[in-house]
Design a protein around this ligand. Sequence first.
Ligand code: PEP
Ligand code: MG
Length: 588
Amino acid sequence: MKLIKGIKVASGIAIGRAFVIDDIALPRVPRRNIDPDAIEHELERFEHARRAAIDELNLVHAEARKEMGDESAKIFLFHIGMLNDPALLKPIRTMVRDELITPEFAAAETFRRWIERFTAKEDSAFQTKISDLYDLARRLIGKLVGDRLNAMDEELAGPTIIVASELTPSQTVAFDRSRVVGMATELGGTTSHTAIVARALGLPAVVGCQGLCAAVSDGVTLILDGDRGRVIVDPDEDTIEQYQGYIRQAREFVRSLDDLASKPAVTRDGVEIELLGNIEFPDEASKVLERGGTGVGLYRTEFLYLTGSHEPTEEEQFQAYKRCIDLLEGRPLTIRTLDLGADKYTQMRTAIPERNPFLGLRSIRYCLANLPMFRTQLRALLRASALGPVKIMLPLVTSVHEFRRTRYLLRDAMEDLDDLGIPYNPDIPVGIMVEVPAAVLLADAFAREVDFFSIGTNDLIQYTLAVDRTNERLASMYHPTHPAVLRLVRMVVKAARRKNIPVSCCGEAAGDIEFAPLLLGLGVRTLSITSSSIPLVKRLIRSVTMKQCERLAKKAITFDSELEAGAYLRTRVRKIVPEAFEGRAGEE
Ligand code: PEP
Ligand code: MG
């Protein structure tokens, strides 16, 4: 038995067998020559593998459609299309015939050339396809040399825990959801991409587990403890029993929250809190409602780009937004414009990777540098605004100028739609995410122009503390309770109140039951959180008084260090609402 500590990023406990996924790379295939007599046999083997990969992709596609809806599942249709595309198949077959090499080597070589060609293109449509090419190459070559995903079907029955150095979005969404019960990775931090997707899927996850891949082999039993941030490799019987007890207790606790869905999120002294959900895929909107949210406060549209096979067209985007609006039936929907870049746009896809991507061409900067793409999204958003209460939110705004340019583009798009007689809401609210200190310091100026603020603590923490949010080595320095962060939050809320504009918080910290009361005490009245956290946060809200939250915030902000503030919050909140912690038996 071995214990590996990591960073808890999605709560819950899972017990299962490990399935180790290799790094993002083409499978290593040695060059092997074949006998001329064997050509037909080898081509037949290739054909067999190709068909098997297509069959598998059809199943994955059907599963993904159920999980995430048509739009996001389309990626797998693109994969199937590629496997029928002569442009890919012909060179492979020709190499087998002319160079007398195995089809697995010919396939690896062909994919390598495609990836090189795509990498060299500036066009983002090509860039976004590169990780798909890796995925597809692994699947097809896997079929020829002994398939990893097949191994999952054949060798590993029962609950499976994915172990990897790092995961891409398309890997994460492609997992067999009936089998995968958790994820553990070596890299990443609390608000890294894997963490957010794991929470969206409701899977326990631990990231930043040093030495994990070396310590775990396929099939070994693991306990993944997303409440305490640890992975136990090859646990003994007593430990398994202890954890089975925790799982039972947590299930009972979750069941006890079920009846909260229809109740309002109101504090004991009658202050109503708007509790919204964060989503990455349109169909998640229904999960938000099921769990008791009253709308969507952050729709991360970049996932349309990250999981799609091409840059989504205006119509495709419009359909995705419409799907959310339909599911929400009149409830509010805040759609964030593309937040590509940094960890949401892997640098491996660019011809010349940025040296410092978190300070690079990302988010609103990326959009303003790629105007045709941005205009397409703005038009789709405007069209959607005719159908329901849609707001537009801009990510990572650092300068008023960026906001004004976007407003200008929006006006332009409105004029185009007027000419075509296409309806939209001319008064659509446009707000910004406050996630860099510059935006906080200028909050007064922004408040004169924007319709709302939403505090993005995930990035605000990283830019305030100069701590990369995805760097597991700095995880202990990434602290929402840092006094500088708390003061910035307070400044934003005050600026918003002075100008009477709404302010929400949509960072992961808003779904943390220790941090949420502090946000309420600082004056935030709208929280937008991952849907799986909604029931617990609602229970917390219904158990506290606003007076208690205000006292808590007043005190917490006086500490000079994040550790003191964190320790204070932990003990105080547990004392005020011990019932909110019932589901985390044995947690340290
Ligand atoms: C944030 O930065 O807090 C946020 C909500 O945006 P994202 O996590 O998508 O960067
Ligand atoms: Mg952000």
